[in-house]
Design a binder for this molecule. Structure first.
Ligand SMILES: O=C(O)CCC(=O)C(=O)O
Ligand SMILES: [Fe+2]
Length: 234
């Protein structure tokens, strides 16, 4: 298949990175053919429900499209398999942050919860950046129901297809200055990261830090990514 089986990822290392840093690179997730097939969808209309030109909304420069259901292969299966691996961690994070929400083991059940609250539209997306484009720091919250982790997969080859365009995360700790983290990715590799906040163990107990993610300016070439967000949109 074009996607590495989710069970084959190094979940010990990924779990440790998520706990320590709020983000983790997955290692190879999609092969180069799968990356090329997803990139080639961009100019088409049928796989998508809408197109966003980022500059029109103050989101940055570049554009993206939200997929329609069913998501293109292998993303539909990848989304539910990643969800199932991440749900226990999401529960632990919420418990540590004193939040009451817990997540069902199956993604279909979580989507049903979204649907009941009017969150019915798919949030996974395909993004395209050209030279000079960037994505402002943001959080992908689309309604009341939020799954606390999401995934972005790099579909282009860094250094060959594009330069610049680094995936960036910032962390805002209570009463402290922000900390930035750059996550280097290979083509077909994903980054798993906190959508909105994560627990950090301090000397006086656990506190909540707010995260934002974005993409630095693409210096040359073209950069495509695909994002898997586990909650749907109102
Ligand atoms: O292009 C990227 O690396 C980030 C895209 C993004 O904001 C997302 O997937 O939520
Ligand atoms: Fe995003």
């Amino acid at each position: 298949m074009s996607a590495v089986p989710v069970e084959a990822l190094d979940w010990t290392r990924i779990g440790a990175d998520l706990e320590a840093h709020g983000c983790a690179a997955t290692g190879p997730l999609l092969d180069t053919d799968a990356c090329a097939r997803l990139r080639a969808l961009y100019p088409q209309d049928a796989p998508f429900r809408s197109r966003i030109v980022m500059a029109r909304h103050g989101f940055g420069r570049g554009e993206y499209k939200y997929y329609a259901y069913p998501l293109p292969a292998p993303l539909e299966d990848l989304r539910s398999a990643l969800y199932a691996r991440l749900a226990p961690l999401a529960d632990r994070w919420n418990a540590a942050m004193g939040l009451p929400v817990r997540y069902p083991a199956a993604h279909a059940d979580f989507l049903a919860r979204c649907r009941q609250a009017g969150q019915t539209r798919p949030t996974p997306l395909l993004l395209r950046y050209g030279e000079g484009d960037y994505n402002c720091l943001h959080q992908d919250v689309y309604g009341e129901h939020v799954f606390p982790l999401q995934v972005a997969i790099l579909l282009s080859a860094p250094g060959r297809d594009f330069t610049g365009g680094e995936f960036v995360l910032t962390e805002q700790r209570p009463r402290m200055q922000s900390r930035a983290e750059v996550v280097p990715l290979g083509q077909g590799e994903g980054v798993i990261f906190a959508v909105r906040h994560r627990p950090v163990q301090g000397t006086r107990g656990t506190y909540r830090v707010a995260l934002r993610h974005g993409v630095s300016r693409v210096r040359s070439g073209e950069r495509y990514t695909t994002g898997l967000i586990f909650h749907d949109a109102a």
